[in-house]
Design a protein around this ligand. Structure first.
Ligand code: EPU
Length: 301
């Protein structure tokens, strides 16, 4: 989608950088995604005004975080992309509290807190993506989830057009799911973390990194796990037991390292990846009678 010149000029007045014709394949860990204009916000505080302007100009839009858990359609996209300010995201520690901007890198936040002797998030170290994405999805790995550490979230609520603060107990964090509205935009978070010596945290981080390296295709383009694990089961194990490692549609392929990771082995399109997802879902349904639910977020046109 191309933003008209008049709207571009108004956006620039609000300090928004407008980039035209951006290939989102370059901004997602899967290396898949069509083309559209992109808006880079410079200040969180301008969000209500920017959103008001987009509504007035009838410009459909979506926020993109780290791009590590999303499968975006091919071709010319019918919406523009918004990015929160990413230069020097704020992170600070006060006692056992960490205050972090949503655009910060999740792993960067874990190590920053570790350096201040705050632990409890070791398991999240290798989870790619932004803090905002991790909050929205309640990211987790190796027994750690971000949700239980959240004390406050500052967010832009499209429903009210305002920046608001929610307390931790007002938010539901479930397995890879939260009670945030789909159009809520995470801005900042306050976490409460247990005190732990840096050395101990580092040892925990090392263990998680090794486990991840030995079981996941880290050097290939993927969006992490494609399906949520069904209650009490393992999507990866089921897909593996069906002999589907290496199974592919075009360049979209079931990883031969971890069967719940689908990788872009070359020039996979979104259509290829969606076909592979439906094919594997169908095979698991007929093989095990289990209906797998997507873990990856799909942005269809
Ligand atoms: N397994 C196989 N074959 C495979 C993959 C796994 O037999 O190809 C077996 C493993 O041997 C193990 C079981 O399945 O017995 C579970 O595998 P694993 O420990 O790799 O964990 P997972 O349940 O597949 C989950 C999360 C990952 C997270 C890891 C580590 C989901 C959907 N996945 O994977 O998160 O990194 O645990 O805690 O919850 C993600 O969210 O994108 C993600 C990758």
């Amino acid at each position: 989608m191309r933003i008209k010149d008049a709207a571009t000029a108004r956006l620039r007045e609000l300090g928004v950088e407008v980039k035209q014709g951006v290939a989102l394949a370059d901004e997602t860990s899967l290396g898949i995604g069509g083309t559209t204009d992109e808006l880079l916000l410079r200040k969180y505080e301008t969000i209500p005004e920017v959103m008001g302007l987009l509504a007035e100009e009838k410009i459909p839009h979506r926020f993109l975080g780290g791009g590590t858990n999303v499968l975006i359609a091919d071709g010319d996209l019918p919406y523009v992309i918004l990015h929160l300010p990413t230069a020097h995201p704020g992170m600070r520690v006060e006692g056992n509290a960490a205050y972090v901007d949503a655009s910060a890198d999740l792993g960067g936040m874990v190590t920053f807190c570790a350096k201040h002797d705050l632990g409890g998030m070791e398991g999240l170290i290798g989870v790619p993506g932004s803090v905002g994405g991790a909050l929205r999805m309640n990211a987790g790995a190796y027994g750690t989830q971000i949700g239980p550490h959240v004390r406050e979230v500052e967010l832009y609520r499209a429903a009210t057009g305002k920046i608001e603060t929610l307390r931790g107990h007002e938010i539901r964090f479930d397995y890879r799911h939260t009670s945030f509205a789909p159009d809520d935009v995470m801005l900042r978070v306050k976490l409460e973390l247990p005190s732990k010596p840096f050395k101990e945290i580092l040892a925990g981080i090392k263990v998680c990194n090794e486990k991840r390296r030995s079981s996941q295709p880290l050097n290939q383009k993927s969006a992490g796990c494609i399906f949520k694990n069904p209650p009490g089961g393992s999507a990866g194990r089921m897909i593996d037991e069906l002999g589907l490692k290496g199974h592919h549609v075009g360049d979209a392929m079931v990883s031969d390292r971890h069967a719940n990771f689908f990788v872009n082995a070359g020039k996979a399109s979104c259509a290829d990846m969606l076909k592979l997802i439906e094919d594997v879902r169908e095979r698991v349904r007929s093989g095990f009678g289990v209906e797998l639910e997507n873990e990856v977020i799909v942005w269809r046109n």
